[in-house]
Design a protein around this ligand. Structure first.
Ligand SMILES: Cc1cc2nc3c(=O)[nH]c(=O)nc-3n(C[C@H](O)[C@H](O)[C@H](O)COP(=O)(O)O)c2cc1C
Length: 241
């Protein structure tokens, strides 16, 4: 109850440039239920390297990108561009250029240790999924913005890799929620992607994300996830609780 003379929330006015923010609160049981449901969705996520050619509805991809673009970012600069590629010719050019780089990577750029570390994925420089996947979402990070006014200048962006990484995480969650499969593909160096897509000089390719449904005979390597004890540390520790 508001005291005499105190403004009730319906009369309160937010500060200049602000709005009140009071999202719904959940009971501990509701919180657990909601997280169990999300965990169930995400537990089914795997990196897929064999896609069925079925086209993905464009508005579904747009929704997923809208979700990605709602991510937090340094100074709210949203320093990202998501390019959707469905054109078979462009996908073929991307595959050709990616395989050229990947061949050099697999034969001379990657260390013996690195090659041993990815052996379980069964990958090599041949990347048919770039053409097989019905869509590629190619994520670009925007290193700076180009302002025209009052004179042409480079306006800085902040924490760009962190921001784009978080947005890409949102994207992967959204795609999984839609029942789609994806791969985070890094055909390093990735400069060829900016050139093939005609991206401006302030953008650098960040990830190639083939999206679609797994092929009927798609296989994924058997992996184990780290346990909670390996990834979480509590202060104070469990004894003191
Ligand atoms: C930043 C990043 C880069 C990756 N690059 C590649 C890649 O170039 N090629 C590939 O086949 N998988 C790539 N992966 C996929 C990982 O191999 C995969 O996430 C990991 O093996 C765990 O499997 P899961 O995604 O099915 O859980 C990459 C993943 C991340 C997060």
């Amino acid at each position: 109850m508001a005291e005499a003379g105190e403004k009730t929330s319906s009369e309160a006015v937010p500060s200049e440039g602000f709005e009140f923010y009071a999202p719904e609160r959940f009971t501990p049981e509701q919180m657990k239920e909601r997280l169990a449901s999300l965990e169930n969705v995400l537990a089914g996520r795997r990196s897929v390297r064999h896609f069925s050619p079925n086209p993905v509805p464009m508005d579904v991809l747009e929704s997923a990108i809208r979700i990605a673009s709602s991510a937090p970012s340094g100074a709210h600069k949203q320093p990202w561009t998501f390019c959707i590629v469905t054109d078979p010719k462009l996908k073929a050019s991307i595959r050709e250029a990616a395989e050229r780089e990947e061949l050099i990577s697999y034969t001379s750029r990657m260390s013996e240790r690195w090659l041993a570390d990815i052996k379980f994925t069964g990958t090599d420089h041949v990347k048919p999924f770039i053409e097989e996947a019905p869509a590629l979402i190619i994520v670009f990070k925007r290193l700076y913005e180009l302002d025209d006014q009052p004179a042409p200048t480079k306006a800085p962006n902040y924490y760009v890799p962190e921001s784009v990484g978080i947005a890409t995480g949102f994207l992967l969650v959204a795609l999984q929620q839609a029942g789609l499969a994806a791969l985070t593909h890094t055909p390093s160096p990735m400069n060829f992607l900016g050139k093939l897509l005609g991206r401006p000089e302030n953008e650098r390719a960040f990830l190639n994300i083939p999206v679609g449904w797994p092929a009927s005979d798609a296989e994924v390597p058997i992996i184990r996830r780290k346990s909670m004890a390996e990834v979480m540390v509590k202060y104070p520790g469990s004894e003191e609780e």
